[in-house]
Design a protein around this ligand. Sequence first.
Ligand code: ADP
Length: 447
Amino acid sequence: MKRAKVGGNLNDLKRRALREVNKQPMEEEGGTLSQEEVRRIIHDLRTHEIELRMQNDELLRTQEKLVEERNQFSDLYDFAPVGYLALDAKGVIQKTNHAGAALLQAFRSTCLGKPFSAYVSRDSVETFFLHLRQTFESDTVQQCEIKLKNRGEGLVYVLVESVCWPQDGNERVCRTALIDLTALKPAEEIRFANERLVLAISDQEAVESQLRRNLSELSLSNDELEQFAYVASHDLREPLRNISTSLSILEKRYKPRLDDDANRLVGYAIQSAATMTALIDDLLQYALSGAAVLQLEEVDCAALLDSIPALLRKTIKETGAVITRGPLPTITADRGQLARVFQNLIHNASKFSGDSPRIHVSARKQDAEWRFAVTDNGRGITPENRESIFALFKRVDQRENSGTGMGLAIAKKFVDRHGGKIWVESEIGEGSTFYFTIPVTVLPRDQ
Ligand code: ADP
C-alpha cells in the first residue's frame, strides 16, 4: 500500500488567488478612495491574510496527523499476525494483508481477484461457502473452521471469522479474519482420537462382556442339552429294546395266525423301532461326543478302514458297494471317533450311489495336516446343499427314510474336535468326494 504524503502548496494557492483578483480591477462607485480608507482596507486584508495563514497551518497539521494515522493503520493491517481479507459475495478476494496471503501460501498480488475457495482444501469447500452465505445473510460475526490447501506437508487449519460490511454503492463485502490453528490441531486431534479410543474401548468391553455372558449361557444350555439328550436317549433305550423284542416275538410266534394286514403293520412297527433305535444311538453318540475327552492314540488308518466293511455288512450287502483304498497313514487320533467318521461317510456313499457304488478312500499329507478323501460315483449333491447337509437332521430329500439325518453332523463334530475341517465337492450325476483333515499334531478344541 502507498504511503500518503502531506500535499498542497501555500504559494500555489496564493498565486491562484492573485490571478482572480487581477481579473477584477478594484473600482469603487462614486470616485477614488481616501488614504484613510485605503489604509483600513490594507489593514483588513493583512488581518485576513494572517488569519488564513494560521488556518492553513492548522489544516496542514491536521492533514499530517491524518496521514500519519492512516500509515499506522496500514502498517497494522499489513503486518498483523492474523490474516485479514475482504471478500465479495462470490468469495472473490478483494484485499488481503501479508498474513492472509501467507496463510494462502500466495503472493498478495497473485491472490487478489482470485476466488478464496481455490485455496481451500476440497473437504472444506462446502463449509466455506455455507459460511460465506451465512455471513452475507446476517449482520453478526460468523465463524467456521476449515482446512486450507498446503503446498508443503500436512494441512493448514484456520478459524474463519467474517462479518459483512456495507461498501460504497450497493455492493457489500465481508471482512474476514483467518486465525491459524495448525499448531493447536495435532494436540486437539490427539485428544479427539483419545476420546474416540476410550469410547471404542468401552464399547468393545461391553460387547466382550455380553459375549462372555452369551458364551457361558450357551455352554450352560449346551451342557443341559447334552445332558438331556443323554438322559433321554439312555432312558428311552430300555423301553425301546423291550418294544423291539416284543415285536420280534410277536412276528415270530403269531405270524401264521395273523392276516396280511396285521403282518404288514407288525413289519412297519419293527422297521420304525429299528429307525428309532438308530436315532437314539446317534443322538447319544452326538451328545456324548461334546463332553468326552479325546482318547488320542496312534491309529493305523489302513487297518481301521479294512475293519469298516464288517461294521457296514448289511448296507454293503444290500447295495453291492465296492470299497477300495490307497495307502493310508498312521496318525494320532481318537480311534473310535475316526472310525465313526469313515463309517458314516462310507455308509452314505453306499446309500446314495445307485446300482453299483464304487467307493475309494485316499489320504495325502498337506503341510501340517492329513487330508482324507472318500469318493463315490453316486448322484452328487447340489451346490446349495453342500454346506447344510452337515447340520443336524438335515437331509436333501426329507422323504428319504433310510437315515437319521445325523451321520454328517456327527462326522463334523468329531473332525472339529480334532481341530480339522470337513467339506464336500461334487458333480451332479457324477459323484461326490467328502474331504476331511486331521492335523498331524492334534490340538483338540475344548479339551
Ligand atoms: P442321513 O444319511 O442319515 O440322511 P447324513 O447326515 O449322513 O444323514 O446325510 C445328510 C444328507 O446328505 C443325506 O440325507 C443325503 O441327502 C446327503 N448325502 C450324504 N452323503 C451323500 C453322498 N455321498 N451322496 C449324495 N448325497 C449324500
